[in-house]
Design a protein around this ligand. Structure first.
Ligand code: NAD
Ligand code: MG
Length: 396
């Protein structure tokens, strides 16, 4: 069998590590050509020693020098910076790119993989939120294959017909139901949310993830971003996407058909399942995840999402309805607000205020090209930083 040759963008993160775990189980199927990581050079070094990629990419020249010295004799060439990320995402020898960099920084290399016509395993939902129209047009133009890694979207993908061609109605689909765990604060009294700490927000009940997405799960902005992601991936109108709180995270999402059928994907909450699914698609391979034991699960509960408790979810629906640059602004302002929260510079309940401020401050615009996306991203970041600064001054 010819082996699938991979680039893993964001190898040192949670999704990156889960990807390499699945890959290591199938040395006959996969060959790692490039790994990238921004910090945690020790983790990247260990990964390079194990997988012996041709390239490793780090953030800057000083880190590259350090890692190259540490890896002498391993046969891995160490590169640095955003251009190198794009280079390893589009190498002619690469078949498949795992896009698992967190945030807007993931867009340029993911787009480079799209333009290289690769099979893209998309974890980096922020890329689709900030530039969905341009991204999907490039996927079609360049003949790239896009497979969702986000567990909900992977579940929807698995629950849609195999020949789904981007038309929900002609596939008999009535609605997409995206499940959400509700995060660590689903039942916390709202008045107690005022002074929750980053560590409390990152302690997700069901999933172990990077810190940014963990905070997004606590505010439910993660589900908001996923609604927008579903809109682009499945060509679904906002009213065709409903959020269902399901605290056990066993049903990863569902598709409702016009005949009354509801098709869903269930499993233990472990990202190696969607990763293995997408890596081997359309085949099935071992992922290291145990089968779901329904007798242990016992109960599956469902609730409506409370938009007063989770204003970030409402902001995401607002941005999707507005279209144009609004989702770009939403995403960038959220990144700034979450970073400020993680640094202790913004209380949890102000995250939504900062995003709402940015949505008000940046004038609506259509997104003609990538430059317009980057401009909206920059304008939103500056509006959000000002809002964070105003908050700090009002307290100090
Ligand atoms: P993480 O924080 O654990 O890892 C992020 C990775 O991105 C790291 O390798 C880091 O070095 C790299 N990175 C960060 N900033 C960078 C920059 N400026 N330039 C280059 N590389 C940079 O995050 P994660 O939890 O693995 O999530 C990765 C992506 O997958 C996110 O978009 C997230 O929304 C999505 N996702 C994650 C999960 C999960 O279970 N962790 C589930 C669904 C979707
Ligand atoms: Mg998800």
């Amino acid at each position: 069998m010819t082996r699938q040759r991979l680039t893993v963008l964001g190898a040192t993160g949670s999704i990156g590590a889960s990807t390499l775990d699945v890959v290591a189980r199938h040395p006959d199927r996969f060959e790692v050509l490039a790994l990238t990581g921004h910090r945690r050079l020790d983790v990247l070094e260990t990964q390079c020693r194990q997988h012996r990629p041709r390239f490793a990419v780090v953030g800057d020249a000083a880190d590259a020098k350090y890692l190259a010295a540490a890896l002498s004799g391993v046969g891995t060439e160490v590169l640095a910076g955003p251009a190198a990320l794009e280079q390893v995402a589009s190498l002619p020898e690469v078949d498949t790119v795992m896009a698992a960099i967190v945030g807007a920084a993931g867009l340029p290399p993911t787009l480079a993989a799209v333009r290289g016509g690769k099979k893209i395993l998309l974890a980096n939902k922020e890329a689709l939120v900030m530039a969905g129209g341009i991204f999907m047009a490039e996927v079609a133009r360049c003949g790239a294959t896009l497979l969702p890694i986000d567990s909900e979207h992977n579940a929807v993908f698995q629950s849609l017909p195999h020949d789904f061609a981007g038309k929900l109605e002609s596939s008999g689909v009535r609605q997409i139901l995206l499940t959400a765990s509700g995060g660590p604060f689903r039942t916390t009294p709202v008045e107690r949310l005022a002074d929750v700490t980053p560590d409390q927000a990152c302690a997700h009940p069901n999933w172990a993830m990077g810190r940014k997405i963990s905070v997004d799960s606590a505010t439910m902005m993660n589900k908001g971003l996923e609604v927008i992601e579903a809109h682009w991936l499945f060509n679904a109108a906002p009213e065709q996407i409903e959020v269902v709180i399901h605290p056990q995270s066993v049903i990863h999402s569902l598709v409702q058909y016009v005949d009354g059928s509801v098709v869903a994907e269930l499993g233990n909450p472990d990202m190696r399942t969607p990763i293995a699914h997408a890596l081997a698609y359309p085949e099935r391979i071992e992922s290291g995840v145990a089968s779901l034991d329904l007798f242990k699960v016992m109960h599956l509960d469902f609730e409506k999402a409370d938009l007063a408790r989770f204003p970030c979810l409402a902001l995401a629906y607002r941005a999707l309805a507005a279209g144009g640059n609004a989702p770009t602004v939403l995403n960038a302002a959220n990144e700034v607000a979450v970073a400020a929260f993680l640094e202790g510079a913004l209380p949890f309940l102000r995250i939504a205020d900062v995003i709402s401020n940015a949505l008000d401050a940046v004038p609506p615009q259509t997104l003609a090209d990538l430059d317009a996306v980057m401009q909206a991203d920059a304008d939103a970041r500056s509006a959000a930083r000002q809002a964070v600064g105003r908050y700090a001054r009002s307290r100090g």
